[in-house]
Design a protein around this ligand. Structure first.
Ligand code: IMP
Length: 195
């Protein structure tokens, strides 16, 4: 089954391909000839993820899904949340975002650095809209560790783990991550419809 994943993030595509397996042919907007940025203009993860799938459906009329993810830090009253990508400025630079986050949490002790990744996945399937959510609880470490993954992974330690998300394998991340959980729900929905 062909399915467009409305993202320009190759890391997300690699994660999704691992979850979906060979039965699904995941296509990027780039493969449809669209090389720009898909608009993301809202103030909630849900609205942004819906905006992305609507964009693909309205322009290409293809079944598609999109995610929007935010990192919610309790000591920062839920920030950066929906603004996680551009936390340190419009360029969406992961190193700068991490630097700013660690600076903001400079005086916050380990037991008060609780946080979670929240991911909302939207799907448009034959014109109908569905949404799925996944959450991964954890905390923000004192410093960066690991080289796997992307974004805030080097400073996020999932609950019950002794490693950051940047120190575990892709399969381990997908099994516990916000997006892994949301995409499992999406896959379950699609598999039932295919039966
Ligand atoms: P978006 O969903 O692509 O808008 O991501 C928002 C921000 O969260 C970006 O800075 C991403 O790099 C970051 N982000 C999204 N998913 C993950 C993840 O699985 N691990 C770490 N950071 C992530």
């Amino acid at each position: 089954m062909d399915l467009v994943f409305a993202t320009a993030n190759r890391n997300k595509l690699i994660e999704a391909q691992k979850v979906f397996g060979p039965s699904f042919n995941l296509i990027l907007p780039y493969d449809l000839g669209f090389c720009g940025d898909i608009p993301e203009t809202h103030h909630t993860l849900l609205e942004n993820s819906i905006e992305k799938v609507n964009f693909i459906w309205n322009n290409f009329h293809k079944n598609c899904f999109a995610d929007d993810t935010g990192l919610e830090v309790d000591a920062l009253n839920g920030a950066p949340g929906v603004y996680s990508a551009r936390y340190a400025g419009e360029t969406n630079n992961p190193a700068d975002n991490i630097k700013k986050l660690l600076k903001e949490l400079n005086n916050v002790p380990e037991d008060q650095r609780t946080a979670r990744f929240r991911c909302v996945v939207s799907l448009i399937e034959n014109g109908l809209l569905y949404t799925f959510e996944g959450v991964c609880e954890g905390h923000i470490t004192m410093s960066e560790s690991g080289i796997e993954g992307f974004g805030y992974d080097p400073v996020f330690k999932p609950s019950g783990m002794s490693k950051t998300m940047a120190e575990i394998t892709l399969a381990e991340k997908n099994a516990i991550s916000h997006r892994g959980k949301a995409m499992e729900k999406l896959l379950c929905h699609l598999s039932q419809n295919l039966k």
